[in-house]
Design a protein around this ligand. Structure first.
Ligand code: PXP
Length: 240
């Protein structure tokens, strides 16, 4: 049976810890890495933001060292972050846009506009065996640019599709389908993420050639009820 890979984003476990400035030893991020793994997650996804509002450099280092499954490091497309990725060597990097004031990653990366800069960063990361994806909106121009800069996959931002209603939602879905098909034509893997819950994950499974989803906020929130093991396990069942 083929299954869509699940990356569990644990940023918000670190958010809870950082609410007290990181002075508490709880919640223990590595415990939740272990729980996600035990429940069948395929990778751990961590976003090292430039303002370090949740995940810290030491979290990246420790999770890469102790996780039994691959780590996907989300990061801004900057020299500083690339240096850290080359130091810690996660198996995967996902390049995301970043604005300091935003609550979460609000839009997709403009690969077209930053082609030269992104291309250089991906070259450095690829030389060390790190596979790089781009987090983009469903836009064929961004897919093409992602291929040209050497990405192995595009992760499509599903946040708008999740929130839109009626005709707007249908229009966004068509864009997602068109972009996913184009991605496949260009030999790029199709990933998706942002704002997904059990219901929208059931729907996103219909996206052509979808291989991986990265989900965080919902799983951690749902985990408050029954434990993260339970929420991740339910999601793994949905993705089968
Ligand atoms: N994928 C990317 C690239 C993201 O930036 C995020 C948010 O950190 C996610 C997936 C997960 O989104 P959510 O927490 O809404 O599930």
């Amino acid at each position: 049976m083929t299954k869509i890979r699940l990356g569990v984003n644990l940023d918000h476990v670190a958010t809870l810890r950082q609410v007290r400035g990181g002075t508490t030893s709880y919640p223990d991020l590595l415990f939740y890495v272990h729980e996600s793994t035990r429940a069948g997650a395929d990778q751990i996804t961590l976003h090292l933001r430039e303002d370090r509002r949740h995940i810290q450099d030491s979290d990246i280092q420790n999770v890469i060292k102790y996780a039994a499954i691959p780590v996907n490091m989300e990061m801004a497309a900057t020299e500083e972050m690339t240096k850290l990725a080359l130091k810690y060597k996660p198996q995967f990097v996902c390049l995301v846009p970043e604005k300091r004031q935003e609550l979460t990653t609000e839009g997709g990366l403009d690969v077209v506009k930053k082609k030269k800069q992104i291309s250089k960063l991906i070259e450095k990361l690829s030389k060390k065996g790190i596979k790089v994806s781009t987090f983009i909106g469903p836009d064929k121009k961004q897919v093409k640019a992602s291929q040209e800069v050497g990405a192995f996959a595009c992760e499509f931002h599903t946040g708008h599709w999740v929130q839109f209603k009626d005709r707007k939602k249908d229009k966004e879905w068509l864009k997602l389908i068109e972009s996913a098909l184009y991605c496949h034509d260009l030999n790029l893997n199709v990933h998706a993420g942002h704002g997904l819950d059990y219901e929208s994950t059931r729907d996103i499974k219909a996206l052509p050639f979808l291989e991986e989803v990265n989900i965080g906020h919902f799983l951690v929130c749902e985990g408050l009820k029954a434990g993260l093991y339970e929420s991740v396990r339910n999601m793994v069942q949905i993705l089968k």
